[in-house]
Design a protein around this ligand. Structure first.
Ligand code: ADE
Ligand code: ZN
Length: 336
């Protein structure tokens, strides 16, 4: 029975809306790039790396995530990283991806903005040409850095704005509320960019209100802690705000103690537009279908819930109405 639901989820066309491309760096590629670029890493083997991926909170993970990035140096590295992710998601029938990248994680190490973004963009266009997988690119600001740094990054992005679809906000949430970036987001909005922000992953409902009211986000990343505030839930529902939920990430970062306690089903029952995403698949134990499998096994999801999750992923995407209609029709065409 659960296996039927997993098979159904696997057959449905899906979009992934919450994926940090640097978080798709698998240990095998970490080693290969460390060797290629002669970068020292504090691990002896792939097993050694996987053993280090035990986190008690977001910061534990971020420390290792930023260390992992140090092997990414050349345009070819960013191309290989992105291509490996795009090849992997095709197996899960993911037809559209909206990818985050963290330029400040690279420019602060001396890797030029253009090097990182060129490699990512080349892979995205190749994937569209070869396999029809469409994409959007979202540049994230690291919230533990200053407003000034974020403005400098927005300026660096200027020559690339025709190939960047939106901006986001990630990294250490608690202590770095959305209000810190109100003016940067206003500037991004003036440039016609879509706006998303991580909020309510570890931070309180007040941070979600700030993301809505001050940043004026188009989509909410995570949002789990919104459920602590009934008025906020009502507002997210009224505004039909898409939440990019990441179940395996929530488990690995101890946002939930156990997958059976994950709020995904509750979110759907409350009428929230939740989606299923992998966040940092190389670090959290899997890609989109691994996340679907985990929630189907642990929660009491019905077939309608699975279809709703797939539909929400396209409805919440930054695609045109026509593109959305075509993907939604393809979902309806999957009968069993
Ligand atoms: N950067 C990469 N993954 C993240 C997450 N889950 N939360 C905040 N920042 C991140
Ligand atoms: Zn994230």
């Amino acid at each position: 029975m659960k296996q039927d639901l997993i098979d159904y989820a696997a057959r449905l066309p899906k979009a992934e809306l919450h994926l940090h491309i640097e978080g798709s760096l698998e240990p095998e590629m970490l080693f290969a790039l460390a060797r290629r670029n002669k970068v020292d890493i504090p691990f002896k083997s792939v097993e050694d790396v996987r053993a280090a991926y035990a986190f008690s909170n977001l910061q534990d993970f971020l420390d290792i995530y930023y260390q992992g990035m140090s092997v990414l140096r050349t345009e070819e590295d960013f191309f290989d990283l992105t291509m490996a992710y795009l090849n992997r998601v095709r197996a899960d029938n993911v037809r559209h991806v909206e990818i985050f990248f963290d330029p400040q994680g690279h420019t602060e190490r001396g890797v030029p903005f253009g090097t990182a973004i060129s490699g990512v963009l080349t892979a995205l266009s190749l994937s569209k040409a070869q396999f029809g997988v469409t994409s959007k690119l979202i540049m994230c600001f690291l919230r533990h850095l200053s407003e000034e740094d974020a403005f400098a990054t927005l300026k660096e992005a200027d020559p690339w704005l025709d190939r960047i679809d939106g901006v986001g906000l990630d990294s250490s949430e608690v202590g770095h509320p959305p209000s810190k970036f109100e003016r940067v987001f206003a500037a991004a909005r003036e440039r016609g960019l879509k706006l998303v922000a991580h909020a309510g992953e570890e931070g309180p409902p007040a941070y979600v209100y700030e993301a809505l009211d001050l940043l004026k986000i188009d989509r909410l990343d995570h949002g789990n802690r919104s459920l602590e505030d009934a008025a906020l839930v009502e507002r997210l529902k009224t505004e039909a705000m898409t939440l990019t939920v990441c179940p395996l990430s929530n488990l690995k970062l101890c946002v939930v103690g156990d997958m059976a306690a994950h709020p995904l089903k509750r979110m759907l029952d409350l009428g929230l537009k939740a989606t299923v995403n992998s966040d940092d698949p190389a670090y959290f134990g899997g890609y989109v279908m691994d996340n679907f499998r985990a929630v189907i096994e642990a929660l009491d999801l019905a077939k309608d819930d699975i279809r709703t999750l797939a539909k929400n992923s396209f409805e919440g995407a930054f695609l045109s109405d026509g593109e959305k209609r075509a993907q939604l029709a393809a979902i309806e065409a999957v009968l069993i």
